[in-house]
Write a protein that binds this ligand. Structure first.
Ligand code: AMP
Ligand code: GLY
Length: 427
């Protein structure tokens, strides 16, 4: 039987999801922007805001969806999974209560503490800005300052890295968030592990390293992620035996404490001298990390989705064994002052063997326009990170004017610097 699948969201991550299932189902999609990559793969594409839970549930009923995949966290926070589940359409994505693991960073840390999840840094939660500023003054060491709510990956300020203690206090006073988490600054190398979770099963995918800072050499403000790489196995070059497994133990512990969790569980880890610590959990695929993971997933993604829905064991996963490098092209000025509404050209012919994923662009009658977020990504694959990087870089000739790229992602220099950084910390 052909399944009818509804995909929610219109970014690069969702284009990757669309490509992973389109051949095996009847695909419908909805998003606030018109993503040309998803539109071409789908039998129907409707402009509906990702947070319009009722509108999405109605569209699912109209197209006769058997199941749904939810891409963005904004949809999870708005209760889209709840609305779909309640309408009888299985949503691969957690209900709003479980998505608090991502959408409420104070809850995330309190949950970790109460459920004794390993890898939790020291933290404190504040409702009062002045009390938070006093804590910064009194704390012996550097802190990461995190608004409790969603900020698209751009709200965190790390003292001693991006800002001074005085700047962090000024930021808190100026932003006046309702709740903030102040936590121990973790030092090391970051990596992501994404797991498919349902019916108590946890199936993990290769580790990925994202590059959050806007400019080459890890300079500039945090972004949603400028690019990412994965290696031929499950681990990354700066990791040692046992690091991947220690991070998976954390994800297993989360699911043991939240047995009804379903969807993707994304662990963002800092590999410290003492092993992996949790930077955060997300309740969905990473963007860009989905574009590293789904192209190398050899197990049909539709088999994961149907097993999840039918209450069966999730299939054991197999992967192609290729390394991947993903590089995003973003509007000039992103993330601080993105040039939205600019017309851009993407030359699909020049991508070659690399993969092209459209992201936050809007397709109109007369062409393609930028929005406030990342425009498109290319993914190279190969038998080494270096080979994948070359393929991605060659494909970037697809980018016309008005777009910016972090060319250093996946380059040998940067990968070697990560390895050296970790061995130095571990000495
Ligand atoms: P988040 O929005 O929680 O993903 O945080 C964005 C980025 O801030 C992370 O990817 C890290 O680079 C950094 N960050 C968050 N928490 C910490 C921490 N406790 N120590 C050091 N860096 C952190
Ligand atoms: N790449 C980071 C995220 O998806 O949150």
């Amino acid at each position: 039987m052909t399944e009818t699948v509804l995909l929610v969201g219109g970014g690069g991550r969702e284009h990757a999801i669309a490509r992973a299932v389109a051949d095996d189902c009847a695909l419908y999609a909805c998003a606030s922007n018109r993503n040309p990559g998803i539109r071409r793969l789908a039998e129907g594409f409707e402009s509906i805001d990702e947070t319009d839970a009722e509108g999405i549930a109605d569209y699912a009923a109209d197209v006769g969806a058997d199941l749904a995949v939810i891409g963005p966290e904004s949809a999870l926070a708005a209760g889209v999974a709840d609305a779909l589940d309640d309408a009888g359409v299985y949503a691969f994505g957690p209900r709003a209560e479980e998505a608090r693991l991502e959408t409420d960073k104070a809850y995330q840390r309190e949950f970790m503490e109460e459920a004794s999840i390993p890898g939790c840094p020291d933290y404190a939660v504040f409702d009062d800005v002045e009390a938070a500023c006093e804590h910064i003054d009194a704390y012996d060491g550097d802190l990461a300052v995190k608004p409790a709510g969603l900020t698209g990956g751009k709200g965190v300020k790390v003292i001693g890295d991006q800002v001074t203690a005085e700047e962090a206090k000024a930021y808190l006073r100026d932003a006046d968030y309702d709740r903030v988490v102040l936590e121990e600054r973790l030092v090391g190398e970051e990596f992501t592990i994404q797991a498919f979770v349902a019916n108590g099963d946890v199936r993990t995918t290769p580790a990925v390293q994202d590059h959050k800072r806007a400019y080459e050499g890890d300079e500039g403000p945090n972004t949603g992620g400028m690019g990412s790489y994965s290696d031929t196995g499950l681990s990354l070059p700066f990791m040692r035996d046992g690091d991947y497994e220690a991070a998976v133990d954390v994800l297993d512990a989360v699911v043991e404490a939240l047995p009804d969790y379903k969807g993707v569980l994304y662990g963002q880890f800092m590999l410290t001298a003492e092993g992996p610590k949790v930077v955060e959990f997300n309740a969905r695929f990473g963007d860009p990390e989905a574009m590293n993971t789904l192209p190398v997933l050899a197990t049909p993604f539709i088999d994961v989705l149907t097993a999840a829905r039918d209450g069966n064991d999730l299939p054991e996963l197999s992967f192609s064994g290729e390394a991947t490098v993903c590089k995003y092209a973003v509007p000039d000025g992103y993330p601080v002052d993105p040039d939205a509404g600019a017309k851009i050209a993407v030359d699909e012919e020049s991508v070659g063997d690399a993969l092209l994923y459209y992201a936050s662009v809007d397709e109109r009658d007369d062409g393609l326009y930028t929005t406030t977020s990342r425009s498109f990504a290319v993914v190279g694959r190969g038998d080494s990170i270096a080979a994948a990087e070359r393929q991605a870089e060659d494909a970037l000739s697809a980018a016309g004017d008005g777009l910016r790229i972090r060319h250093d992602v996946g380059k040998r220099d940067l990968v070697e610097r990560r390895i050296a950084h970790m061995s130095e910390l571990r000495e």
